[in-house]
Design a protein around this ligand. Structure first.
Ligand code: PXP
Length: 248
């Protein structure tokens, strides 16, 4: 499973954040997603949160209908989200923990403590043809539990690594990186497809992109921010260039 091309999934949630700040129809997440597609994104990720703070149900429907590249539907493991996913049948469903008070997804999903429920939760999604992904930390317990419940993919949470890197705590960032590398190798050995994401930027992406078992990165906030300066297409192309360079 190693040595494959590294895919870039672009998360367009924060296009909706800007739109919602004015309560208008602009900017349109689908238009941004189509620009991302034209710039070389391999997939689009959108997180339909319980409180609909950015992406809305109508955005998910428009993305599902309008995209030529795979849609990764990120959501909490609730009955409401399962029903929406079963109706839309996106390429992938990424399950994340969700707390109302958080600004972004803070930690990984606790798959190990919720194995029985998650096994039956993902069964109809798998039967509908969705690739089910667990957004987890690099802890071996969570990786092994993800394999046991029948998930196809794990997305390793790179938020802690990104924070340490941004704070200049480079020894700790290196230790976190080593743990992510071990986690990726374990997941791959268990037959899981390995993705990674959260907090990735031009400055910190290379060591994550270089992990051979990782075959997809999902990146949102930084790219949407960078698009203010460069435009979305060039911002994505530069990320793609850095990922490919790190992979060589
Ligand atoms: N992957 C998952 C599962 C996420 O929850 C997020 C944030 O929505 C991302 C990737 C992208 O993180 P960021 O916006 O920090 O690039």
């Amino acid at each position: 499973m190693t040595g494959r091309k590294l895919r870039l999934g672009v998360n367009i949630d924060h296009v909706a954040t800007v739109r919602n700040a004015r309560g208008s129809a602009w900017p349109d997440p689908l238009r941004a997603a189509l620009l991302a597609e034209a710039a070389g994104a391999d997939g689009i990720t959108a997180h339909l949160r319980e409180d609909r703070r950015h992406i809305r149900d109508t955005d998910m429907e428009a993305l599902r209908a309008g995209l030529g590249i795979p849609l990764n539907f990120e959501c909490a493991a609730t009955d409401e989200m399962q029903a929406i996913a079963l109706r839309l049948k996106p390429h992938a469903v990424c399950l994340v923990p969700e707390k109302r008070e958080e600004r972004t997804t803070e930690g990984g999903l606790d798959v190990a403590s919720d194995q029985n429920r998650l096994t039956s939760y993902i069964a109809p999604l798998r039967a509908a043809g969705c690739r089910v992904s667990m957004f987890i930390g690099h802890d071996s317990r969570q990786i092994e539990a993800s394999a046991r419940i029948g998930a196809a993919v794990v997305e390793l949470h790179t938020g802690h690594y990104s924070d340490l890197h941004a704070e200049g705590r480079l020894d700790e960032a290196e230790a976190e990186l080593a743990a992510l590398r071990n986690g990726a190798a374990l997941a791959d050995s268990l037959g899981l497809e390995v993705h990674a994401g959260h907090g990735l930027t031009y400055d910190n992406v290379a060591p994550i992109a270089a992990i051979p078992q990782v075959i997809e990165l999902n990146i949102g906030h930084f790219l949407i921010g960078e698009a203010i300066y460069l435009g979305l297409g060039p911002a994505i192309e530069e990320m793609r260039r850095r990922m490919d360079e790190a992979r060589r």
